[in-house]
Design a protein around this ligand. Structure first.
Ligand SMILES: Nc1ncnc2c1ncn2[C@@H]1O[C@H](COP(=O)(O)OP(=O)(O)O)[C@@H](O)[C@H]1O
Ligand SMILES: [Mg+2]
Length: 283
C-alpha cells in the first residue's frame, strides 16, 4: 500500500504547496510512483504542475472524488514528470466543503477513495489549504504521516502547538495511525537572527523530527510555478532544486527504514546477514 503524507500547516504562505510539488516530483524522480492530491480550492499545486484552471475545463477534479462520483484513478492525471500524477482541484472545491458538512462519513471521503487506489502508488502526498477545516481533516484522517513546512517567524511555534493539538485529536478519535512525520524549515535565511533563533527553539522542542535538510529562500522556486513546472524541470541546478532533491533523499531514507523495520522480522529469517549489509548502504 502507498504511504500517505499530508502536507499541512494552518498558516498560509509557509511553503506547503511548494513542498508538495517539489518533494513529490523529487520522490518521483527517484523512481517511486507518486500521486499528489490537491485539496486546496486555490489549486496552486495543480497550476504549479501545469494544470491551471483553464486547462481543466469540465474534466475530473478532487471534488468528484470527494463527492464519490469518480475514483482516484479516474481523476488522476499524468504530469511532465515521469511517475508523478496529480488529482487537481479548482475553486469549486470550496463549495464541496460546505456540501460535505452534512453528509455521512464526511471526514472519511478521501480515506475511502484512497482505499480503492492506494496500491497503484508508492507515495501519496496531499497538499492542504491554510485552515484546519473539513478538507484538511479529510487529509489528516487519510494520512499515515503529517509533514509540516514552516517558516522561521516569530509566531511559528504558537501555530505549531495548535497544529499538534489537532493531530492528537485526530489520532484519538479518527485515525490512530497518524504520526508527525517531520518538520521542514522553508524559506530559510541563515543571515537573519530570527531564523536562527526560531530554528534553535524548534529543534529543542522537536529534536530529530526536524529534517536536517532546510529549504533556502530561492528565487527560482518562486518562479517555477508560473511556468507550470516543478523546480527539477525548471532549473535543476538551482539551490532550491538541489535542496528538494536532498529532502526527498532524507525523507525516503527515513520512511523506507521505518517500513524495513516493520517487515524486517520476516526477512531476517531468510537472509538476515545480507539484508543487514545492504541496509547500511546509502540510499
Ligand atoms: N523556498 C522558497 N524560496 C522562495 N520563494 C518561495 C519558497 N517557498 C515558497 N515560496 C513562495 O512563497 C509563496 C508561498 O509559498 P506556498 O508554497 O504557496 O505556501 P503555502 O502553500 O503554505 O501557502 C509562493 O509564492 C511561493 O512561490
Ligand atoms: Mg498552498
Amino acid at each position: 500500500m502507498a504511504r500517505i503524507l499530508a502536507i499541512t500547516n494552518q498558516k498560509g504562505g509557509v511553503g506547503k504547496t511548494t513542498t508538495s510539488i517539489n518533494l513529490a516530483a523529487s520522490i518521483a524522480a527517484a523512481g517511486r510512483r507518486v500521486l499528489l492530491i490537491d485539496v486546496d480550492p486555490q489549486g496552486n499545486a495543480s497550476s504549479g504542475l501545469g494544470l491551471p484552471r483553464a486547462a481543466l475545463g469540465d474534466g475530473p477534479t478532487v471534488y468528484d472524488v470527494l463527492a464519490g462520483r469518480l475514483s482516484l484513478a479516474e481523476a488522476a492525471r499524468p504530469t511532465e514528470v515521469a511517475n508523478l500524477f496529480v488529482v487537481p482541484s479548482t475553486p469549486d472545491l470550496a463549495g464541496a466543503e460546505i456540501e460535505l458538512a452534512t453528509e455521512a462519513r464526511r471526514e472519511h471521503r478521501l480515506t475511502d477513495a484512497i482505499a480503492h487506489a492506494g496500491a497503484e502508488f508508492d507515495y501519496i502526498a496531499i497538499d492542504t489549504p491554510p485552515s484546519l477545516g473539513l478538507l484538511t481533516l479529510n487529509a489528516l484522517v487519510a494520512a499515515d504521516g503529517v509533514l509540516v513546512p514552516m517558516q522561521c517567524e516569530y509566531y511559528a511555534l504558537e501555530g505549531l502547538s495548535h497544529l499538534l493539538a489537532t493531530i492528537e485529536r485526530v489520532k484519538a478519535h479518527l485515525n490512530p495511525r497518524l504520526l508527525l512525520e517531520g518538520i521542514v524549515l522553508c524559506m530559510h535565511d541563515p543571515r537573519q537572527n530570527l531564523t536562527l533563533q526560531v530554528e534553535g527553539e524548534v529543534k529543542r522542542h522537536f529534536g530529530d523530527k526536524v529534517f536536517e535538510t532546510v529549504i533556502p529562500r530561492n528565487v527560482r522556486l518562486g518562479e517555477a510555478p508560473s511556468f507550470g513546472k516543478p523546480i527539477i524541470l525548471y532549473d535543476v541546478a538551482s539551490r532550491g532544486s538541489q535542496s528538494y532533491l536532498a529532502l526527498a533523499r532524507e525523507f525516503l531514507a527515513r520512511s523506507e527504514a521505518l517500513s524495513a523495520v516493520a517487515t524486517g522480522a520476516s526477512a531476517s529469517a531468510d537472509d538476515g546477514d545480507s539484508d543487514g549489509a545492504r541496509s547500511k548502504e546509502p540510499a
